[in-house]
Design a protein around this ligand. Structure first.
Ligand SMILES: NC(=O)c1ccc(NCc2cccc(O)c2)nc1
Length: 246
């Protein structure tokens, strides 16, 4: 998978390629990451990438031309046609289904805007999809782009060893994750649940599923609404509710 990022801060974005699972995905050639700086596509002495907003108001707006030239060069840098994505609070809320959608694309060009945002005509001329990583304002789209890169990289075949398999990522089945424990067995009088120490894999799997169902019910009933639970899951959840009824 190839991801190009149009950004005024390539050093920030490239950090994601430097370590961890994403760094390894780049090392293993599973993911290619390239940054394009609109400032390199300016033609004036001051290398201007932003300007004051028409209609007045605070802040600055990113100009079309430098962005458009950067997108144009990013498109031309590889044969494979790209999906151009703008990261902004006006975009569709990113969830794991959205990540699967983006990770299924052979190529993404992510636009990381700064200031108050980008001139709408760039969106009309170049952008295929707008995505938001949540309902909050960031100083720029770079962190949002890095979230997309990380979440997509984890889904690339071979990116995860079995030591951290994405299959067990709770959001892959729409539930929150179960609690996790490691040594020592007791800390400050808090012990690891016995079932996890018994080595009975069937029981452990059952306990983990029940915890995932129960915690989703307690913390994110909205996620539960979206799911068609199996008979077995319904029974597990019922058991959890009985044990944890407030
Ligand atoms: N919630 C988000 O995904 C998100 C993305 C970007 C951002 N700031 C830059 C910006 C702001 C406004 C328009 C625009 O095109 C870019 N802030 C939050």
């Amino acid at each position: 998978m190839r991801i190009d990022v149009v950004t005024l801060f390539p050093d920030l974005v490239n950090c994601v390629a430097g370590c961890g699972i994403t760094g390894r995905a780049v090392e293993r050639g599973l993911l290619a990451l390239h940054c394009w700086n609109p400032r390199d596509y300016t033609e004036d002495r001051h290398r201007t990438v932003d300007d004051r907003p028409y209609g007045g108001g605070p802040g600055m707006v990113m100009k079309v031309e430098p962005l458009r030239r950067a997108v144009h060069d990013a498109r031309g840098a590889a044969q494979v046609p790209a999906t151009v994505v703008n990261l902004s609070p006006q975009g569709r809320r990113l969830d794991q289904a959205g990540v699967r959608h983006l990770a299924s694309r052979p190529r993404l060009i992510l636009i990381a805007g700064r200031y108050e945002g980008i001139d709408e005509r760039l969106v009309e001329l170049e952008v295929d999809e707008e995505w938001s990583i949540g309902d909050y304002i960031l100083s720029g789209g770079e962190l949002a782009a890095m979230v997309v890169i990380d979440a997509c990289a984890r889904l690339l075949p071979g990116a995860l060893g079995d030591e951290d398999s994405a299959e067990q990522d709770s959001f892959t089945d729409g539930l929150l994750d179960c609690p996790h424990y490691t040594r020592p067995e007791v800390i400050e009088g808090l012990a690891v649940p016995q079932v996890l120490l018994g080595g009975h894999h069937g029981e452990i799997e059952r306990w983990r599923r029940k915890q995932a169902l129960g915690r989703t019910w307690e913390r994110r009933p909205d996620l539960l609404e979206k799911l068609e639970l199996s008979e077995a899951d319904e029974r597990l959840l019922e058991e959890y509710r009985r044990e944890h009824a407030p």
